[in-house]
Design a protein around this ligand. Structure first.
Ligand code: NDP
Length: 322
């Protein structure tokens, strides 16, 4: 089978197309014949070595496909089921063997591409607005990179809750997309200072919460735009990692809260995985949540997909098709 592996961490060229034997499922595992692969920023962190992994490794954390074989003791899925998963390394491939308890059966009305597009970024947006900081109707949120994969879903979920949404985005095309997703205001932070604009838009009061997946370039100003006792939910570093900082700043800027969450801890149990997956996939089926698959590449073009994602050229979801 074809797969994309990293033998030595580095730039996009570290992604190599290789031939590997189709793996065999062991006890409690299932073999998935992959139909669509989700590309996520976390794949960049692993490829660069920012998140360490033993080499060589097959890249990717998200896919949808058909169960081809099951090992002993697998009860929640059977051969032929349409399934999706996230959080297990090795999805940039034609087949993957995964822990069967991490598989979710895809609702009939969704296709493989929608399922692969929804799992990681959808469940992330879900835990961010419901659990990291439970956003309430009438509160004001600031969502960075609002036209990105997580961003477009976050905007919609925050609006469905009834919150006010100020988004940021790096181009006029992205500003328009974030508005289309429902954001009340969108700041082009490539041309405007988001600190000044957020203060202006909130009449100097600041926001209740900032959801920030951009990191290095936005963090300092996030602290300036929160109202006293506001929450900074720092969930990624697309622009780079935030350098170490002194917690006394949280006190000085208004007794602020800071959390740096990750999806794995919010889908750790089967019950929580099912609750979040059914919430997100159900809202897509009902039309409450709209997915935007912005870009599709062949599996062999994974390098280009990474170049575009890192180069801020993408909007919504990026998929690889094996
Ligand atoms: P996106 O589709 O949002 O792509 C990243 C976006 O970040 C870009 O399109 C760009 O939007 C913005 N950005 C700003 N500065 C830079 C820069 N210097 N280089 C690259 N991008 C920049 O990606 P994802 O939806 O996959 O992920 C978004 C963030 O969420 C990432 O940080 C990711 O790690 C994080 N994440 C965290 C999870 C968690 O559980 N903690 C789970 C899933 C994702 P613009 O041009 O509009 O600025």
């Amino acid at each position: 089978m074809k797969a994309i592996q990293v033998r030595a961490v580095g730039g996009p060229e570290a992604l190599e197309l290789v031939d590997l034997p189709v793996p065999e499922p062991k006890e409690h595992e299932a073999l998935v014949e992959i139909k669509a692969i989700g590309v996520n920023f976390i794949d960049v962190y692993f490829r660069e070595g920012r998140y360490p992994s033993q080499t060589p490794f097959t890249v990717g954390q998200e896919a949808a496909g058909v169960v081809g074989k099951v090992g002993a003791g697998v009860r929640n899925v059977k051969v032929g089921d349409r399934v999706a998963y996230t959080g297990l390394q090795g999805s940039y491939a034609e087949y993957a063997v995964v822990d069967a308890t991490r598989l979710v059966v895809i609702p009939e009305k969704l296709d493989f591409e929608q399922a692969a597009a929804a799992m990681l970024q959808g469940m992330t947006a879900h835990y961010l607005v419901n659990d990291s900081y439970p956003l309430a109707a009438g509160e004001t949120s600031l969502i960075h990179a609002a036209a990105g994969g997580v961003g477009l879903l976050l905007v919609q979920m925050a609006k469905n809750i009834g919150a006010q949404v100020i988004g940021t985005a790096g181009s006029e095309e992205k500003v328009a997309l974030a508005r289309e997703a429902g954001a009340d205001e969108v700041i082009n932070y490539s041309t405007h200072d988001f600190e000044a604009e957020t203060k202006r838009l909130t009449g100097g009061k600041g926001v209740h919460v900032v959801y920030d997946g951009v990191g290095r370039t936005t963090f300092d100003k996030d602290l300036e735009v929160l109202r006293p006792r506001g929450y900074l939910v720092l969930f990624g570093g697309a622009s780079g990692a935030v350098p170490p900082f002194d917690p006394i700043l949280l006190s000085r800027k208004g007794s602020l809260f800071l959390t740096r969450p990750t999806l794995a801890h919010y889908i750790a149990t089967r019950a929580e995985l099912e609750h979040r997956a059914s919430g997100v996939l159900g809202d897509i089926v009902s039309g409450k949540l709209k997915l935007r698959v912005g870009h599709k590449y062949a599996l062999a073009d994974a390098q280009q997909a990474h170049r575009d994602l890192e180069g801020r050229k993408t909007t919504g979801k990026v998929l690889l098709i094996p």
